[in-house]
Design a protein around this ligand. Sequence first.
Ligand SMILES: *Cc1c(COP(=O)(O)O)cnc(C)c1O
Length: 393
Amino acid sequence: MDFKKYKPGTASVWAGETELFQEGSHTVPIVNTVTFAYKDLDEWYDTATGKREGHIYSRNTNPTVKVLEEKIAALEKSESATSFSSGMAAISNTFFALLKPGDRVVSIKDSYGGTSRLFLEFLPKFNIDVTLCETGDHTQMEREIARGCDLVYLESPTNPTLKIIDLERMASAAKKAGALTVVDNTFASPVNQNPLEMGADLVIHSATKYLGGHSDTLCGLVCGNKEIVHQIFLFREINGASLHPETAYNVIRGMKTLELRVERQNSSAMEIAHFLEGHPKVEKVFYPGLESHYGHEIAKKQMRGFGGILSFELKGGYEAVKTLLHNLKLVHLAASLGSVSTLAGPPRTTSHVELTSEQRRQLGISESLIRYSVGIENREDLIIDLSTALKLI
Ligand SMILES: *Cc1c(COP(=O)(O)O)cnc(C)c1O
């Protein structure tokens, strides 16, 4: 069954699961096997040569993992999807499968820390040229793309100040230049945004975040048309960054509540952003759902909800940050995001720890900035928690 036309709540429950499993199991079995056996050599040969559907070896494909891939394909409205042992494995495998020496990538300065390191340290070793534009300067990006490039790599919203890129506009510029557009959709989740519908060629997820949703599982996913996804799959099955079936099951289970969680996180984040914006100890709030956010108009055009992550600057510098974070009760001081529980931290100790304070300043990350990833707790309690801790500054 094709679940692309269904809403995310339905697709995340049913996609990949309409056929009955072994013994009529109602839930997806965790097929914990490395290898698959055949009745005879003919059947084995036909499976190995693709004449017959089936699995050979779990580094390549596995029935539990396949259910997860069908789910994300339905949620991202894509023809096909493949999976990885982490989000970074999905991103690096995509680059190494699609790029070759002499190619050129155009991207933004604010991409995820690990992706930035691929751009700055690893791709150049393979003679791949990377140009990083000011995030949100669409004219500069269009100019760089038009100079000729092979791959345009985007994120929106970005970490940690939730900058917004016009995905449709950038995908159209890339198409004119004959380049592929790849979008890391981790922050938005497929509930809030579907980049393939805006002209992107590939969507990447760190399923470690919203899709898994419980901070207990690392996983990466790539979605797009059959040919490109297959090219990436062929590299991954040799590279070996494959997903374990037990991990796939965790993500499958997490995804069933994806829409419930994300809708609640969207509305809680919006309310918390309004609360913080009106607070005298808060200097500035970054949330794409706020009218004061510089990317709000574009976000409204391309997102169905504004997400569960916000960041804010306090008056009083890093000392104020410490006071607030040390006095919040309903939060873990930790990296990562998109979990059922609220997570918070200053980018200077987490995602952007390796930069100097001057480099952080250039990215608009002040020493008094806090990233706050809203969980599924009751928002009244989160607001009381923030309000109580803010009083102590
Ligand atoms: C976390 C994250 C990644 C990396 O994912 P892992 O699963 O930790 O490897 C990539 N992109 C974004 C936007 C992320 O938040």
